[in-house]
Design a protein around this ligand. Structure first.
Ligand code: ATP
Ligand code: MG
Length: 565
């Protein structure tokens, strides 16, 4: 075999890999590649984070480098160990393993020392103005800021105040530490940004050790530097922060200086990607929790049945760019379908059962029929499904007075039962209120397995389960949580909650499943023929499973109609 044939398939390259290749050619970072994924533990991860995880961990894998998991836990009031644990679960579930778990809070002492160093170098000062005064003195985009009365405070005085801030002598808001950069800088972030503030709050890891906390920009770059990160990959909104990132590292002196690189965040149609708003949905009990299968959280999509391999394939497909755009949810759903089409075993289930009695099938008799488990995967084999005189079919597969394009069951019409026989509807039974409660049909014993020896054609194949063997189940169907494709178009003054989809959840409590489905465990995925891909939910009880619809089988029905069989 030639080397060409055995060469591993390269993942699609992106502009970040081009930058890294360039660094490696030039010998920057000594050819090392060390990335990090830096979530703030203030909520559950969502699909946007999955993109960042695949990029950071995937880049490290591609270059034989390393990737750290770092908790950016510098804001004591919003963070919690529940989130730390869920984030670790989610990264692992996506199929990645970190080279180390780090916490920005472990660097608090080093960060504090660097803050003192900046003060000593005359590059930072304690400002005792109110936040309002600081805002006003910062100027506007078109107008330079003006120095407040503390800007030229002697270093000694700032140092003394900063130490007393740390010692807890002052109330929240009494002072802040600011960088001394340039109040006329065209980038507002460089106009003496705040580096530290007083916050008498309990931290989930450092307890009450600190009452001053570093700001994000201060902590982030230094954390990257301490960990020896080479490529600090972040989303585009941090592009304007890069000059500050570089200034802070350079100002300390001779410490490791990573390269910040920005990429466009993932936006998906109909999908909310703000942890803060997702938290609101959880707290207001609009959804059943962070792992509600309608949520775009990793915990939610996992429970919904999305395979991690499909998420990784999706992230590869959409690639990495420098332009903010909107990815169609269909692209994600197709990645899920492609994956499950290859891997999910097929079964039959009926969501809204309608009873069928095969009047010419002998009473008390039953048999089993051969069914293919996965037509895409011959190694999945076949199984036996029970058949008898009484069946359930999908209520929607019968119409008493069918319109022209309806080819499924109707009075006097013959259809094929999947893996079974041809049946013909002879009689419709109704209750006192006129509801259809039963169909009386005849079957053709010569059509066993689904073909007629005389070459007779039928225009539809429908799914069914044997009434005597069916297991009852609850089946939950989902639509998008929101009714608008582009959530960023919701006006600022509008209530975003009014764009929630009232039909995002439909519960079918009366579903009937083929008996083999009783053997599935929580989390197992399968296809219900003609209905979609499903996954066993954690709410399942012995003898009464609960299934979530992961995704529908797009186009299946249309194709079946066209084929005319
Ligand atoms: P949110 O706005 O939802 O709170 P965040 O960016 O504040 O998200 P972090 O915990 O700081 O949340 O994010 C960790 C990492 O994930 C960061 O590097 C961030 O850039 C990245 N990230 C967050 N959202 C997205 C997204 N939609 N697409 C790609 N990467 C994202
Ligand atoms: Mg953030």
């Amino acid at each position: 075999m030639s080397t060409d044939e055995t060469a591993p398939v390269e993942k699609p390259r992106n502009f970040i890999h081009e930058i890294i290749d360039e660094h490696n050619r030039a010998g920057r970072f000594g050819g090392r590649v060390h990335t990090r994924f830096p979530p703030e533990p203030n909520g559950y991860l969502h699909l946007g984070h999955a993109k960042s995880i695949c990029l950071n961990f995937g880049t490290a894998l591609k270059y034989g480098g390393k990737c750290n998991l770092r908790f950016d836990d510098t804001n004591p009031t919003k963070e919690d160990v529940e989130y730390v644990n869920s984030i670790m679960d989610d990264v692992r579930w996506l199929g990645f393993e970190w080279d180390g778990v780090y916490y920005a809070s472990d660097y608090f002492e080093q960060l504090y020392q660097w803050a003192e160093l900046l003060i000593q170098k005359g590059l930072a000062y304690v400002d005792s103005s109110t936040l309002e005064e600081i805002r006003q003195n910062r100027g506007t985009v078109t107008q330079a800021g003006s120095p407040g009365k503390y800007r030229d405070r002697p270093s000694e005085e700032s140092l003394n105040l900063f130490r007393r801030m740390r010692a807890g002598e002052f109330a929240d808001g009494a002072h802040v530490l600011r960088a001394k950069i340039d109040l006329a800088h065209p980038n507002m972030l460089m106009r003496d940004p705040i580096l530290y503030r007083i916050r008498h709050a309990h931290h989930h890891r450092t307890g009450d050790d600190w009452c001053i906390y570093p700001m994000y920009d201060f902590a982030h770059g230094y954390s990257d530097s301490i960990e020896g990160i080479t490529h600090s990959i972040c989303t585009l909104e941090f592009e304007v922060h890069r000059v500050l990132y570089d200034w802070l590292i350079d100002s300390v002196g001779d410490i490791h200086h990573p390269q910040q690189i920005e990429f466009a965040r993932l936006n998906l149609t109909y999908t909310m990607m703000s942890k803060r708003k997702l938290l609101e949905l959880v707290e207001s009990e609009t959804v059943a929790g962070w792992d509600d299968p309608r949520m775009p959280t990793i915990a939610g999509i996992r429970r919904r049945g999305y395979p991690p391999s499909a998420i990784r394939a999706f992230c590869d497909d959409i690639g990495v760019t420098r332009f903010n755009g909107m990815t169609d949810l269909v692209v994600l759903e197709n990645a899920i379908r492609n994956d499950l089409n290859r891997t999910a075993p097929r079964y039959m289930a009926v969501l809204k059962p309608l009873k069928v009695v095969i009047t010419n099938y002998p009473e008390g008799q039953s048999e089993t029929l051969d069914a293919v488990n996965n037509p895409e995967d011959p190694s999945a084999g076949t199984r036996q499904i029970p058949f008898g005189r009484e069946l359930f079919i999908e209520h929607d597969d019968f119409l008493e007075d069918p319109p022209k394009k309806f080819f499924r069951l109707a009075p006097g019409r013959e259809v094929r039962l999947r893996w079974g026989y041809f049946i013909t509807c002879q009689e419709v039974v109704k209750d006192a209120s006129g509801q259809i409660v039963e169909l009386r049909c005849t079957y053709d014993p010569a059509t066993r397995g689904g073909n007629s020896p005389d070459g007779r054609k039928v225009k539809a194949t429908i799914h069914w389960v044997s009434a005597a063997d069916a297991i009852p189940a609850e089946v939950r169907l989902y639509e998008t949580l929101f009714t608008v494709p582009d959530l960023s178009e919701i006006p600022e003054d509008a209530d975003w909650r009014s764009y929630l989809n009232p039909n995002s959840l439909t519960v079918n409590t009366d579903a009937k499943l083929e008996p083999a489905l009783a053997n599935l465990a929580v989390g197992d995925r399968c296809q219900f023929e003609r209905l979609g891909y499903f996954c066993v939910d954690q709410d399942s009880k012995p003898g009464h499973p609960v299934f979530n619809r992961t995704v529908t089988l797009k186009d299946t029905w249309a194709k079946e109609q066209k084929k005319g069989d």
